[in-house]
Design a protein around this ligand. Structure first.
Ligand code: PGA
Length: 262
């Protein structure tokens, strides 16, 4: 297979963690490591409350800011929600859409994922669209079918031009926060399938450039072999993104694998 030229994309999803001081400290550690991360796209995804603090800390660096969720309307009487234009205003370039915790705990569906992804694109944000099967689906041999469903519905009527701005994250639900990572082979099978679906719907150019992340118990010790797989372009990191040491360790391991491919 031709060598990949999609440099590592490393995103840290802090979930509902970190106060302002801790957020600033962690963001500072990542910014300080920037010279060695030049070939990485690095995104920090703090809770809404810390967006402004992290924005201030990463300002002037190449480290980008993302949010964990959004609502699809631009403004109005939607108590507790935050819109895509508001996130843009707060300095975000990225937003997670359809994370499995949102799907499982907060009732998000492929339909709401679609509305959110389109709202993000309309506002100029890059949606990181999360897909992944639950254990029962994997055990029943339905993994690829479930991924197809999530992609077809979640990206319904997204144009080819817009799709080029979408990042897809494959996160097997059974691997998130469980310490149980998909093996490189298991992850690659699904990642290749996702690229193939994009190829069928949008053509070779879009598929070859598509950024497809893996997420689920990524840590420094497993990121090198995962990134070695041809269709894993980087990581969506949860638990291990809460420490500078492990988050940067993951980035370094991905860069090591990337450097060997050149
Ligand atoms: P984890 O979470 O790395 O803690 O498994 C990944 C995610 O939820 O994005």
């Amino acid at each position: 297979m031709a060598g990949r030229r999609r440099g590592p994309f490393i995103a840290g999803n802090w979930k509902m963690n970190l106060g302002l001081h801790e957020a600033r400290d962690l963001a500072r550690k990542v910014v300080d490591a920037e010279p060695e991360l030049r070939e990485c796209t690095t995104v920090l995804i703090p809770p809404f409350t810390a967006l402004e603090t992290v924005r201030g800390t990463v300002a002037g660096s190449a480290v980008a800011l993302g949010a964990q969720n959004l609502y699809w309307e631009d403004a109005g009487a939607f108590t507790g929600e935050v819109s895509a234009p508001m996130l843009r205003d707060a300095g975000c370039a990225y937003v997670l859409v359809g994370h499995s915790e949102r799907r499982q705990l907060f009732g998000e569906t492929d339909g709401t994922v679609n509305r959110k992804a389109k709202a993000a694109l309309k506002a100029g944000l890059v949606p990181i669209v999360c897909v992944g099967e639950v254990l029962a689906e994997r055990d029943a041999g339905r993994t690829l079918e479930r991924i197809d469903e999530q992609l077809a519905r979640g990206l319904e009527s997204v144009s080819g031009q817009d799709l080029e701005r979408v990042v897809v994250a494959y996160e097997p639900v059974w691997a998130i926060g469980t310490g149980r990572t998909a093996s490189p082979g298991q992850a690659q099978e699904v990642q290749a399938h996702i690229r193939d679906r994009i190829r069928k719907s949008y053509g070779n150019g879009t598929a070859d450039c598509a950024i497809i992340l893996y997420g689920g118990s990524v840590k420094p010790a497993n990121s090198y072999p995962l990134f070695k797989e041809n269709d894993i372009d980087g990581f969506l990191v949860g638990g291990a993104s809460l420490s500078g040491l492990s988050f940067l360790g993951i980035a370094r391991e991905a860069l090591r694998a990337y450097g060997e491919e050149k």
